[in-house]
Design a protein around this ligand. Structure first.
Ligand code: F6P
Length: 307
């Protein structure tokens, strides 16, 4: 997000537009917490995770009264356009501000879950993926040396993107994601088959939203069925921090600059996204009216690779 804030600020300054940073997202907007940002304010942040503007859940913003307060702040601060960086919930807020309160808004997709239609990649996903992959690689050392089965739980809410991509890149034996049916008997059968072929260790990556439950629960169920020596790792918020990958910084920079151009062109109620390596612009509602499908060919490939 910092790389994106930097891009928005620098592109706006380049175009002769003044920028104010709103602290704590919609929560801060309702309180009018904004201060000017210039090119220097965003120096030295491109490599830092998180957001210098901070963020917050803003339940009040879901109400008419909360949005009214936000709209008043926008007017009081003489803000002519708002760029919102975030996921589905943030986009819905940006949509309301535009449609109900006539404030020009543009959304930039940023979530490690990579679950926003209108962008092949969302800011943060690749960095989280690399973190998950690094963990899988490290866990494999113990799995191999100690003949163990590891179950690694990754984030993603209801999306299996981190699990699928980290699992494929990490060459794991099983990937359990919400987008496919999970049959633990079948998983156990394959583990047993692998053991019969001489496999002494295995790794299962499970997405937190999988129907089979969390990693500990799955571990218990597998232990009951086939009695493996099992260890569990839940990666949690490790995946949401750290220095962004090169790809994320470039994505954030491209999307941030385009968002400024969208407002300059007088377009509003839009989102920017990356489709086949080109920046595209869609109405904000595209993000929830369309469903972003995960590419299950990745899943099939992972199964072939696990033989
Ligand atoms: O949506 C991003 C995400 O990191 C999910 O992957 C995860 O389930 C959730 O947010 C965690 O939210 P919180 O930080 O509020 O616990």
């Amino acid at each position: 997000m910092n790389a994106c804030i930097r891009a928005v600020v620098r592109k706006a300054v380049y175009e002769g537009i003044e920028v104010a940073g709103v602290r704590r997202g919609f929560a801060g907007l309702m309180e009018g917490e904004a201060s000017p940002l210039n090119a220097h304010s965003v120096s030295g942040i491109i490599h830092q995770g998180g957001t210098i503007l901070r963020t917050a859940r803003a339940e009040d913003f879901l109400t008419e009264e909360g949005q009214g307060r936000a709209s008043d702040s926008v007017k009081k601060l003489a803000i002519e356009g708002v760029i919102v960086i975030g996921g589905d919930g943030s986009f819905r807020g940006a949509y309301d501000l535009n449609k109900k309160w006539q404030i020009p808004t543009v959304g930039i997709p940023a979530t490690i879950d990579n679950d926003i239609a209108g962008s092949d990649l969302t800011i943060g996903f690749v960095t989280a993926l690399n973190t998950a992959l690094a963990a899988v690689d490290k866990l494999r050392d113990t799995a191999t040396s100690h003949d163990r089965l590891f179950i690694v739980e990754v984030m993603g809410r209801t999306s299996g993107y981190i699990a699928l991509w980290a699992g494929l890149a990490g060459g794991v034996e099983e990937i359990l994601i919400p987008e496919t049916r999970t049959d633990l008997d079948e998983v156990c059968r394959k583990l047993e088959e692998g053991r019969a072929r001489g496999k002494t260790s295995s790794i299962i990556v499970v997405a937190e939203g999988d129907e089979a439950g969390g990693a500990f629960e799955i571990g218990e169920k597998i232990r009951e069925r086939i009695g493996y020596e099992i260890r569990v790792a839940v990666l949690g918020h490790l995946q949401r921090g750290g220095s962004p990958s090169a790809l994320d910084r470039i994505l954030a920079t491209r999307l941030g600059a385009e968002a400024v151009d969208v407002l300059r062109r007088g377009e509003e109620g839009k989102m920017v996204g990356l489709i086949s390596n080109e920046i595209e612009v869609f109405p904000l509602e595209h993000a929830w009216q369309e469903k972003k499908e995960i590419d299950l060919r990745f899943y099939q490939l992972s199964q072939i690779m696990a033989i």
